[in-house]
Design a protein. Structure first.
Length: 334
């Protein structure tokens, strides 16, 4: 292992802090708090088969989806960690009906950042021991500092993100993030509880060979998606495409960044607006993908240029290797 690769996440954040255009130490504290919460959730995920933390919680979230026990646990861990460290002025979570305004005794908050997150993406896969993940997105608030946050602070275009990342809880736990200066991955050494730089300057190939989509919904897809899938499956020209779909967004995206490929969750007759959330899933993943050299759109428009209108807004999602996404967009426009 080289000296560079043995850097800890904490050391890396300090070294790269000048890359952050509003550098004041707050981003370091914010990423460090997410790191701490990730370690707690990672430990609980790894204990899932041994303790009463698997299965349904018995309630539905705001999207009408069955909450899993680990959804609730992860949501509480990340929210409590961020609040207790007094780093952010607001939090929005996929598991909460509305955003959380954080303020002090004088009903004000001098912090500048809001966090939007999907605390445990793919949690239904926990019961069958398949990788799951956390997705987070960080923005600088747009309302005056010292006043309570409003929905306006959260309904920002993805291109306004100052940082985004995901944590994948798999055979190893990895934290991958960007502040707009490349994408870097850190792997947790569980023996000492420290994240080490394992994947510096991650890049996705312009030409991938993996397409990731739930083909079981084929009959419900728009014609452009059906045509693109036929293109991927055609035998002429020896196209080297292969289908790989886990069903955990973070896991599918992580694999495709490392190996090259496209991830598609389109509209369908069952989900006319798409299924993935713009603010909690698509914007942060799009930021990471673009920083890794890839492309992310809704089939027509760059994801990070979409103007959000509601916290839990859904959009179709095409992201991954640049040339593969552009080819899919060609079929959509036809």
């Amino acid at each position: 292992m080289t000296t560079e690769r043995s850097q800890t996440l904490g050391e890396f954040i300090i070294e790269k802090q000048e890359d952050f255009k509003y550098s004041s130490g707050e981003l370091s504290r914010l990423i460090n708090s997410l790191r701490l919460a990730a370690k707690v959730v990672s430990h609980q995920v790894n204990q899932a088969g041994l303790v009463d933390i698997v299965g349904a919680f018995g309630k539905q979230n705001v999207q009408g989806e069955q909450q899993q026990k680990l959804d609730v646990f992860a949501n509480e861990v990340f929210i409590k960690t961020l609040i207790n460290r007094e780093i952010v002025c607001g939090i929005a979570s996929e598991e909460e009906d509305d955003f959380i305004s954080i303020h002090g005794r004088d009903n004000s908050n001098e912090n500048k950042y809001v966090v939007l997150m999907d605390p445990l993406d793919g949690s239904s896969n926990i019961d069958v021991n398949v990788s799951v993940g956390t997705i987070f997105s960080i923005y600088r608030r747009v309302t005056p500092i010292g006043t309570p946050v409003t929905k306006e602070d959260f309904l920002q275009k993805g291109e306004n993100q100052v940082a985004a990342g995901y944590i994948v809880y798999g055979s190893s736990t990895m934290l991958v993030y960007t502040t707009g200066n490349g994408v870097h991955g850190f792997t947790l050494n569980p023996a000492i509880g420290t994240f080490f730089l394992s994947h510096p300057n991650m890049k996705i190939n312009e030409d991938g060979h993996i397409y990731s989509i739930n083909e079981g919904n084929y009959v419900h897809f728009p014609q452009g998606v059906k045509d693109y899938l036929k293109y991927c499956q055609a035998e002429e020209n020896d196209r080297p495409y292969t289908s790989r779909y886990i069903g955990s967004l973070v896991s599918d995206i992580h694999r495709n960044i490392l190996k090259g490929g496209i991830y598609i969750y389109p509209t369908s007759t069952k989900a006319p607006k798409g299924k993935l959330r713009l603010l909690y899933e698509c914007n942060p993943i799009a930021f990471i993908i673009e920083q890794a050299g890839g492309r992310a759109s809704d089939g027509y428009t760059r994801i990070m240029e979409i103007e959000p209108t509601e916290l839990h807004q859904r959009v179709p999602f095409f992201c991954g290797s640049k040339n593969m996404v552009e080819k899919a967009e060609e079929f959509m426009k036809k």
